[in-house]
Ligand binder design. Sequence first.
Ligand code: ADP
Length: 624
Amino acid sequence: MAKSSKPAKKTYEFKAELNQLLNLIVHSLYTHPEIFLRELISNASDALNKVRFMQLTNQEIADSKADLKIKISVDSKKQLFTIEDSGIGMTEDELINNIGTVANSGTLKFLDEIQKSGKKPEGDLIGQFGVGFYSVFMVTDEVIIETRHANPDSRGYRWVSDGKGTFSIEEIDRKKRGTSISFRLKDEFKDFAEEYRVKSVIQKYSNFVDFPIEIGKEKINKVEALWRKPKDDIKEDELTEFYKFVANDFEAPLGHLHLSLEGTVNFKALLFVPQKAPLNLFYDLEDKGLHLYSNRIFIQDDAKNLLPEYLKFIRGVVDTEDLPLNVSREVTQHSPVMQKIRNILTTRILNMMEDWSKNDPGKYEKLMKNFGPLFKTGLNSDFTNRDKIMKLLRFESTAKPKGELVSLDDYISRMKKNQKEIYYITGDSREIIEKSPNLEYFRKNDYEVLLLTDPVDIFIIPSINEYEKKPLKSIEKADIDIKEDKKSKEGEEKESLGKETLESLIKVFKETLGDKVEDIKPSRRLVDSPVTLVVSKDGLDPQMERMMKLMNQEVADQKKILEINPAHPIIKNLSKRNIANSSDPVLRNTILQLYESAMLIEGNLRNPTEFVRRMHELLEEATK
Ligand code: ADP
C-alpha cells in the first residue's frame, strides 16, 4: 500500500544555459575525461563535511552511525561505476535546484570563451574551473543519483537523466543517508571501470581528501594533514601533490611557505604561489580563498578574509585551534582571530616575496609577471604595508631590454647626479611607448624612464607621489624638471631659432590653434619630432584619459600644451615663412597639421577627414 501511494515519477527540463554548458563540457573538455572523478569526489567530500558540521553542532542526523567515507565500486565486465558517500544528501528541492543550475558563473564565461575561440583549453587551465557534476556526461550517456538528506525525517529520491535536456525524479525507499551516483561507462571510457585506473586518478587529484576513499575494502587516499608535519619531514613531491589538490592545478607550484605559529594566536599554514595566473586575474580569483581548518577539521574552502584582496593569488590551507567550530560562517569571518591570522599571513607573504626578490630573482620575476597587476592594487588598499609593497614593485624600463624588470631601488641607484625625479611614461605597449616623442629628450640624455604598460598602473602609480623622497613624474606632463645639457646646448644653439623669431612664430601658432590648446611653449624634451602634446601639471594622465574613454566614461576633452621644437627643420622653415608673410596659408595649414598629427599619435584625433584633406593640399603644394 505504501508503495502505490508514492507520488509518481516527475520529469523536469534543464535550464537553457545548462544545456549549453553540457554541450561544451562534452565537446571541449574531452582531453581530460578523468576530471569527472575529481568532481564527483569533491562533491562527496563537501557533502561529508556538511554532515560532520551537523554532528559537531549536535544536530539530529539520519543514519547517525554511518561512517564518514566515500566508496567507489566498479564492474569492469559491465562497465559500471558507482560512487557513494554518507554525506548530507539532497532533498527533492535540492535535487531539482542544485543539480539543475550552474552555480559558478565564471565557469560559464570561461566555457563561452573556449567556444568562441574554437580551441581546446590547455590541460592546466581546465583544472582551475569547476565544471562540476556535469562532467560525468563526458563518460556516460545516463546517470542515476539516489540520495537521502541527513535530516531525520527526510525521504529517498532517484534522479535519472541522459544529460540531454530533461531529468526525472521519483521517490524511493532508501534507509542510508547520503548519495550514490551510478552509471554505465561509454565504450571508449570503459577503463574507468578498472580499479587500477580509478586508483591512479584518485592519487593524482584527490589524495588529500579529508575522508577515506575506499575501493572494495582498501583505502586509497592519504587523509593526512600535511601542514601539521614538521617542515623537514615533508617531501618535495608531497608538497606538489598537496598543492595540486588544494589549488585544483595541474602544474607544480612556483614556491611555497610553511608557517607554524604559537603565541597570541596559534595556527599552521601551508601556502603556495601558483606557476601561472588564471585567464582573468581579477575575475577568476573572486570567490576563491584559503582553505580553513579548525584543528584538522575542514571548515571552508573559500576563507576570503584570511588574505587581503591583493594577495588573493595565494593558495593553500590555514589550520587554527583558536576558532570555535560550531559557529556560522559570518561569525567566523568577522572573528578577531581571523583578523590576527590575516595580519600575520600578510606580513609573512610579503617577507617571502622580498626574500625571493633578493635570492631567487627569476622566480620573483615570474610571480610579478603573473600576479603583479593584482599585487599592485595593494598600494591603494593596504597602507600599513605600503612601503614594503613599493619596494616589491617591478617595471619595464628604458634601461633594460624588453621583458626585464627593474625595481624603484634599482632605478634610484642609476639616477644621474643632477636628477631629482623618477620618470615614467604610460601606454598600451612598450612598442607604442618607445615611439613617443616625449621620450626623445630622455633617451638622448640618458635619463632612465620607467615604461608602464599594465592597465592597472595608471590607477596606482600616480598615487605613489614619491619614493625615497624622489617624486614620481610622468614625462607626459608639463611640470617635469628638465635639465639643459650644457654640451648639447652649445652645439644646438646656433641651429635653434632666436628668441624673437621664436616668440613671433609662437604667436602665429596661438592665433591658428586658438582655444584648441591650453598653451604653446618651446620644448626641451623634443629631439627628432617637431611638436608634442603634454598635459598640464594637474591634468589627467593621457593614458587615464584613453582608458576612461574606452570605458565609455564622460571625459571632457582636456586641453593640452603644445610644445614645439625650435631646432626642428619644419619649425625653422615655418619661421622663415612667418618672417616673409605671417598670413601664408601653407604656414597656417602646417600648424594645424602638426597639431592634429600629435593628436593622432595620442589616439585622440576624432575626425581624420579634415586632416587628410589638409594633407592633400600640402602634398599638392610640395609636388608642384
Ligand atoms: P558545485 O560543486 O561547483 O556546486 P556541482 O555541479 O558539482 O557544482 O554540484 C551542484 C550541487 O549539487 C552541489 O553544490 C551540491 O549542492 C549538490 N551535490 C552534488 N553532489 C552531491 C553529493 N554527493 N551530495 C550532496 N549534494 C551534492
